[in-house]
Write a protein that binds this ligand. Structure first.
Ligand code: ARG
Length: 463
C-alpha cells in the first residue's frame, strides 16, 4: 500500500509514478533507515505508542530487514522509507503501521543521509591515511636522494625527493582535517523534527540522538528537514581530495615520460597499447585525473539542486542523494588505486639526481654566497646572471666556469665559492623549518609519521 493514497481518487500516471521514485538509488540507505527506525520505535515505546510486545515485534522485524540487506529494486516501492514500512508490515503485520506515528519521511531522509555521510567520512579518512602512509614510506626509502623542484615547470632548485613527496602528504593531512571538521556538522540528529514543525509526540530526542551516536539533536525543525549543507560540504571536501589526486596524477604522468624518466610505472597499474607493442601507459593515473571531473560535477549538481529552494522540504532535495553517493564511491575507489600505485611505484634515483645537478639550480646559492660577502642581493643576482649567460654560451654548468670567466663577470671565485656551488651545499642552505635541508626533511618526516600514527589510531578506532 502507498504511504499517502487516502485523499486521492485517481491513480497516478504510470510514467510519472515510476519516474518520481527514489528507490532505485536510495535502496543503499537501508542500513541507516533500519537503524533510525529502531531508534524511533524505542522512542515510540517510551512515549506509550507501542507496548512492550509491539516494540519487540517491530524491532525483531527491523533486525530481520537489516539482515536481509540492500534490496533489489521493486517498481511498487516508492522509496527506502516505503520499503522498510512495507517489510515491517509483511513481517510483523498490523503493528507495522504504527511505526510511522509522529515522524515524517522529511526527517528520515535527512537522518539517513547524515548517517551515510558520517560513515563515508570515516571510511574515506581511513583510505586517506593509508595513502599518506604510502607516501611516507616512499619518502623514507628515498633517503637523501635529490631531484629538481620546478617553478613554471622550469628547473628551479634542487630538493630532496622526500621533501617533494611530503608536499603531497600535507595535502592529504589537510583533507583528513577537513573531513573531520565537516563531520562535526554532519553529526546532529534530525529525528523528532517531523515534517517541518517538530513531531506531534513527546519523543525523547536526546535519547534518539544518543542511540544513533549523534552528538545532539538538531536545533530547528525547519532547518533540519531542509538542510543539505552537510552533504554539500562533504562533497566539496571530496572535490578537494579529487583535485589533489588529479594534481598528483598529472605530475606523475609527466614524470613517467621518457623525457623526464623519474617515475617507473608499476606494471600492476599500467596498460599496454593494442597497436604499439612498446607502450606502457599510465592508465591508473590518467583515470584518476579524468574521474576527478565527475566529483566536481557532483559538487556543482548539489549546489544547483539546493539553490533558491524555499524552506523547508521540497522534492528537489531527492536529487541531492545521487551526487553524494557517486562522489563518495568515486573518491573511495580513486584513493584505493592511488595507495596501491604509490606502494608499487619506483623512482629512477640516478636520473633524478642527474637532473638535479644540471640546469643552473645552484645560481641562487651562488648569489647567496656573494651576499654573505657583503654584496647587495640585487647586485649579486645580476653578477650571477651574467655568469649563467656565459656558461650557457660555453655549454657549461656554473661549477665548470673558470676563475678567469668569473673574474670577467666581476666575481671573485675562490675555493669557498666553488664549494658553495656543490649540490649538498645548495641543499644545506635551505635550513629553515619546512625547507629542504636534509636535517629539516628528516624532522618533517618524523613529524609526518607521528601525525599519521595518531590519525591511524583514530581512523582505526572508529572502524
Ligand atoms: N524519497 C524522498 C527524498 O528522498 C523522501 C522524502 C519524501 N518526502 C515527501 N514529503 N514527499 O527526498
Amino acid at each position: 500500500m502507498k504511504m499517502w493514497s487516502g485523499r486521492f481518487s485517481q491513480a497516478q500516471d504510470a510514467d510519472f509514478e515510476q519516474w518520481q521514485r527514489s528507490f532505485p538509488f536510495d535502496r543503499v540507505l537501508l542500513p541507516y533507515e533500519v537503524a533510525a527506525s529502531k531508534a524511533h520505535a524505542s522512542a515510540l515505546a517510551k512515549a506509550g505508542v507501542l507496548n512492550g510486545e509491539e516494540l519487540a515485534a517491530t524491532l525483531h522485524a527491523l533486525e530481520q530487514i537489516g539482515r536481509e540487506g540492500v534490496p533489489v529494486d521493486d517498481p511498487a516501492i516508492e522509496d527506502v522509507h516505503h520499503y522498510v514500512e512495507s517489510r515491517v508490515v509483511a513481517i510483523a503485520s498490523e503493528v507495522g503501521y504504527k511505526l510511522h506515528t509522529g515522524r515524517s519521511r522529511n526527517e528520515q531522509i535527512a537522518t539517513d543521509l547524515r548517517l551515510y555521510v558520517r560513515e563515508q567520512i570515516d571510511d574515506i579518512t581511513r583510505l586517506l591515511t593509508h595513502l599518506a602512509m604510502a607516501f611516507v614510506q616512499q619518502a623514507e626509502a628515498a633517503g637523501p636522494t635529490v631531484m629538481p623542484a620546478y617553478t613554471h615547470l622550469q628547473r628551479a632548485e634542487p630538493v630532496l625527493i622526500a621533501h617533494w613527496l611530503l608536499a603531497y602528504m600535507e595535502m592529504f593531512l589537510r583533507d583528513i582535517e577537513r573531513l573531520g571538521d565537516c563531520r562535526k556538522r554532519v553529526n546532529v540528529c534530525p529525528l523528532g523534527s517531523g515534517a517541518v514543525a517538530g513531531t506531534i509526540l513527546p519523543l525523547d530526542r536526546e535519547a534518539i540522538a544518543e542511540q544513533l551516536e549523534f552528538d545532539a539533536p538538531t536545533a530547528n525543525s525547519i532547518d533540519a528537514t531542509s538542510d543539505r549543507d552537510f552533504a554539500i560540504e562533504f562533497v566539496q571536501a571530496l572535490s578537494l581530495i579529487a583535485l589533489h589526486l588529479s594534481r598528483w596524477a598529472g605530475e606523475f604522468i609527466l614524470f613517467s615520460t621518457t623525457e623526464f624518466g623519474f617515475v617507473k610505472l608499476p606494471e600492476q597499474y599500467s596498460t599496454g597499447s593494442s597497436a604499439m607493442p612498446q607502450k606502457k601507459n599510465p592508465d591508473a593515473l590518467e583515470l584518476i585525473r579524468g574521474k576527478a571531473g565527475k566529483v566536481f560535477a557532483d559538487a556543482s549538481a548539489l549546489f544547483i539542486a539546493a539553490k533558491g529552494l524555499p524552506l523547508a522540504y521540497n522534492k528537489d532535495l531527492q536529487e541531492t542523494q545521487q551526487p553524494v553517493f557517486s562522489a563518495a564511491q568515486q573518491v573511495s575507489s580513486m584513493l584505493r588505486v592511488a595507495a596501491g600505485f604509490m606502494a608499487a611505484v619506483e623512482f629512477d634515483y640516478d636520473r633524478m639526481r642527474q637532473a638535479a645537478s644540471h640546469g643552473f639550480m645552484n645560481a641562487q646559492a651562488a648569489a647567496a654566497y656573494l651576499v654573505n660577502k657583503g654584496i647587495p642581493f640585487r647586485r649579486a643576482h645580476e653578477l650571477v646572471g651574467n655568469a649563467v649567460r656565459l656558461a650557457i654560451e660555453q655549454g657549461f654548468e656554473l661549477q665548470q666556469l673558470s676563475k678567469a670567466d668569473y673574474a670577467l663577470c666581476g666575481i671573485d671565485a675562490d675555493e669557498h665559492f666553488y664549494n658553495a656551488l656543490a649540490l649538498e651545499e645548495v641543499l644545506a642552505i635551505h635550513n629553515v623549518p619546512g625547507g629542504t635541508a636534509p636535517a629539516r626533511v628528516r624532522e618533517a618526516l618524523q613529524t609526518a609519521k607521528e601525525k599519521l600514527s595518531q590519525l591511524f589510531g583514530v581512523a582505526h578506532a572508529s572502524a
